[in-house]
Design a protein around this ligand. Structure first.
Ligand code: HGY
Ligand code: MN
Ligand code: MN
Length: 415
């Protein structure tokens, strides 16, 4: 057993790195937006690679820009590692913890193992996956989707961003268009440490979440084609108002799911009108619909219901409505054995723990397609995330990293 007694997480370094990485990619109003494969992302990647290389790790980059920092076994034999990971790209106007916490805690775990002087018999790696957020290029979790073999790497490299750029060209431009796959086989286990990004752990006063499953995600872009017209001279009865139709969809989704026992959540996060002028009836409206549900059949059913509503609305409002799929992932159950290891580790540490479902998407849901996978959550203050006020107390961040270290050492000895 890799004795964890002599091992400990260097919490001060973990927290200071999180803050330092959190300063990378801020705009003139000090908002953090380190969008995938942007110059800001490059700066964040460079910082992580610098820390990993300073720790003496082998750093590899695959063709879609996933970064792997690896502690190889003494004889250098490439064998199946225990892997940790997450992402360092962010949403727009983000907090500093989402994704970055799992990557930097993974690095701290490897450094704690190295500092103990014990060389594990199995490689240990930490990954920073490309484009987890999907804000600039859809789909989200793109890097781990490619790694899991569920998206063709050339299709990913050809992805066109909301800004018209092409992902592969941007990867080359920022110097992270890697070579082949990293020099190790499929991991024997993958564990992702992440902030909960929701209110449950804080509300229940529980220190650690042992995440056993993750809900399905459906991303679609809706385009409503009406007729642009004069805001003053066009009678309401003669309008083919794309903006009004779009607003009805938002209300439809809110009315359908905004009640206590709905398990589906729906978000219209982006909306644009054309020509977007104060005195012109919108001729076109484009918006996104993010639907999520832990149950696969219900998620499919809600996509069907939405399609039916859009067809009715189009007929009623005299507009044309089209749907484009941007991303779709099924609900995922994590590996029960690893979930039990997480619970055992937390109990042995004297902390409180509860099983839970992840409401957010994570790279772990793709890694679960290729190897035994589970996640560890720590509380988010006020349940806030994807927001600059995202916060987890330092003590909780260090607690989570300590559990990650113990879980990884247990997995290193897991037959
Ligand atoms: O959308 C999500 O749930 C994740 O933050 N990419
Ligand atoms: Mn995340
Ligand atoms: Mn996120």
């Amino acid at each position: 057993m890799l004795e964890t007694d002599g091992m400990r997480i260097d919490g001060a370094t973990l927290v200071s790195r999180l803050r330092e990485l959190g300063r990378v990619g801020r705009d003139e109003q000090s908002r953090l937006s380190r969008l995938a494969v942007s110059d800001a992302d490059k700066a964040g990647r460079d910082l992580f690679v610098q820390w990993a290389r300073a720790a003496g790790l082998d750093v590899e980059v695959d063709r879609v820009g996933n970064i792997f920092a690896i502690l190889h076994v003494a004889n250098g034999e490439p064998s199946a590692p225990v892997m940790m990971g997450s992402h360092i790209d962010t949403v727009t106007d983000a907090g500093i913890l989402d994704g970055c916490y799992g990557v930097l805690a993974g690095l701290s775990v490897i450094e704690a193992i190295q500092a103990s002087g014990v060389r594990p018999a199995v490689p240990v790696a930490v990954a920073a996956f490309t484009n987890e957020e999907g804000v600039r290029y859809a789909p989200d979790m793109m890097g781990s989707l490619v790694y899991a073999g569920r998206m063709d790497v050339d299709e990913a490299l050809a992805a066109r961003g909301t800004d018209g750029t092409v992902l592969g060209e941007e990867l080359t431009r920022i110097g992270y268009a890697g070579s082949g796959m990293a020099r190790f086989p499929t991991p024997r286990a993958y564990v992702e440490l992440h902030i909960e990004q929701g209110p449950i752990l804080e509300r229940e006063g529980i220190a650690i979440g042992a995440v056993e499953n993750l809900q399905g995600i459906s991303w679609q872009r809706v385009t409503v084609e009406g007729v642009a017209n004069h805001a003053g001279t066009t009678p309401m009865s003669m309008r083919r108002d794309a903006g009004q139709a779009a607003a009805r969809v938002v209300t439809f989704l809110s009315d359908r799911f905004k009640h206590a026992d709905a398990s589906t959540v729906a978000t219209v996060g982006c909306m644009e009108f054309h020509p977007n002028a104060i005195n012109v009836v919108p001729g076109r409206a484009t918006f996104t619909v993010d639907l999520r549900d832990p149950d696969a059949a219900r998620l499919t059913e809600e996509e069907r219901v939405l399609r039916g509503y859009l067809d009715q609305l189009a007929a009623k409002e005299g507009v044309a409505i089209t749907l484009e799929r941007l991303a779709r992932s099924e609900p995922v159950s994590f590996d029960p054995h690893i979930v039990q290891i997480i619970e055992a580790s937390v109990h042995a540490s004297g902390y409180s723990v509860r099983r839970m479902t992840s409401g957010a998407g994570h790279d772990a849901q793709m890694m679960a397609l290729v190897c035994p996978t589970a996640m560890i959550f720590v509380p988010s203050r006020g349940g806030i995330s994807h927001n600059p006020n995202e916060h987890t107390d330092d003590a909780d961040l260090i607690k989570g990293a300590t559990i990650l270290l113990d879980v990884v050492t247990r997995l290193l000895d897991d037959p």
